[in-house]
Design a protein around this ligand. Structure first.
Ligand code: FAS
Ligand code: PHB
Length: 390
């Protein structure tokens, strides 16, 4: 086979790239190691920056999002069990955010790929990238048959455990990493959510109240990395969540059976450069952020926005300016989100070695955020997302 771009991975990054390239008439093939159903069963992100909303709208992917998604202006942060601040990004910046689950986005993306007749080869195994620096080709096995695709470019959208990043020689890569000594236990429950996102700093640990739709709530509590979901029956989860948030908010929460329960470790990771010759990395293949800042999915979308623009300029105008600037431009946005997600994780979580001084210093920073409009503006512009670079 021969095509212009091979995309490895059909998560949000790879599938959005497929859709954008298809709209521009750039030939491509997507290789996904899992089945379509497996990818769609993942429960992950829930909050979209307004820049991501606009990218999806411009790509004709927003009809269901605009119908079912929930536009939000306010982020609430609680501390010490009773204090709470509210940050209204629309009042401060005129910018909003959208609560719309990654699972829904993935469904919408697959539907659009099907409608456009683009090619995703699911259950493609043993993907290998050869000669990424000059004349790349990709081999894989599907239905027991070994295949090879010659291409102009490879887009590595295969997440943090994929093969694309390591196709860049270790001598070329610089990696930055920070692991956190706790995880997030998340549940979904078919109960009405709180009206606004609520993050909580508490002596017992972090908690987060989020949503998917008016009858589907998403909740998280910080838990030790050594825990498993068997350590957290629903009753224990609800008791812990309601303890960590202010009583007046806890009184509004309707508990119910969890329909999904999982523990995710928290990690900061970045690999540079995001380009090696004809190989380009996008999304989790190049970077991981702790979910505290709701940035992972949004970075995947912004990387793909930059990369699709670069490929289209190459093929339609013979202009490689955006290809040549991709790695630096995408990395600038990645590091903005990386730092914000790290700082919010350090501010809101209970670390095992924390002293009373450390706890009090966290609480003082939250008090300052509650009283300073300039601090709130700085927070809000990073949470809802800075404008994309032209
Ligand atoms: P993905 O990992 O989503 O997709 C990569 C795809 O490549 C996968 O389908 C995989 O099967 C495929 N693949 C891997 N190796 C391959 C190979 N060798 N060959 C072919 N295909 C291969 N972000 C938030 O903003 N908020 C959250 O609350 C949040 N929660 C998360 C919870 C968990 C458990 C995880 C793991 C991530 C979470 N994230 C969250 C981040 C998440 O949303 C990612 O940022 C987002 O999925 C990134 O999308 P992709 O880059 O497409 O990577
Ligand atoms: C979610 O809704 O899953 C969510 C919201 C905000 C975050 C992380 C996850 O920071």
């Amino acid at each position: 086979m021969k095509t212009q771009v091979v995309i490895v991975g059909a998560g949000p990054a790879g599938t959005l790239l497929s859709h954008l390239l298809g709209r521009a008439g750039v030939s491509h093939v997507v290789l996904e190691q899992q089945s379509r159903a497996y990818v769609l069963a993942r429960i992950r992100a829930g909050v979209l920056e307004w820049g991501s909303v606009e990218i999806l709208r411009d790509a004709g992917l927003a009809e269901r999002m605009d119908r079912e998604g929930q536009v939000h202006d306010t982020i609430n942060i609680a501390w010490r069990g009773s204090e709470m601040l509210s940050i209204d990004s629309h009042e401060l910046l005129g910018r909003r955010m959208m609560a719309y689950g990654q699972t829904n986005i993935q469904e919408d993306l697959y539907e659009a790929v099907d409608a456009a007749g683009n090619t995703i080869i699911f259950e493609a195994h043993d993907v290998q990238i050869s000669d990424p620096a000059r004349r790349p080709s990709v081999t894989f096995v599907a239905n027991g048959v070994s295949e090879r695709i010659d291409c102009d470019f490879v887009a590595g959208c295969d997440g943090s455990h994929g093969v694309s990043r390591t196709a860049i020689p270790a001598s070329v890569r610089t990696e930055f990493e920070k692991d956190y000594p706790f995880g997030w236990l998340g549940i979904l429950s078919e109960t009405p959510p709180l009206p606004h996102l609520l993050y909580a700093n508490h002596q017992r640990g972090f908690a987060l109240c989020s949503m998917r739709n008016p009858m589907l709530s998403r909740y998280y509590v910080q838990c030790p990395l050594t825990d498993t979901i068997d350590d957290w029956p629903d009753d224990r989860f609800w008791t812990e969540l309601l303890t960590r948030i202010p009583a007046d908010k806890a009184a509004l929460i309707e508990t119910g059976p969890s329909i999904e329960k999982s523990i995710a470790p928290l990690r900061s990771f970045a690999s540079e450069p995001m380009r090696y010759g004809s190989l380009f990395l996008a999304g989790d293949a190049a970077h991981i952020v702790p979910p505290t800042g709701a940035k992972g999915l949004n970075l995947a979308i912004s990387d793909v926005h930059y990369l699709a623009r670069a490929f289209v300029d190459h093929y339609q105008r013979g202009d490689d300016g955006y290809l040549d600037s991709y790695s630096e431009m995408a990395s600038r946005r990645v590091w903005g989100a990386m730092r914000f997600s790290w700082s919010l994780t350090m501010l809101l979580h209970r670390f095992p070695d924390m002293s009373d001084f450390d706890q009090r210093a966290q609480e003082q920073e939250l008090y300052h955020l509650s009283t300073s409009q300039s601090a709130q503006i700085a927070f809000a512009e990073q949470y809802v997302g800075l404008p994309l670079e032209v």
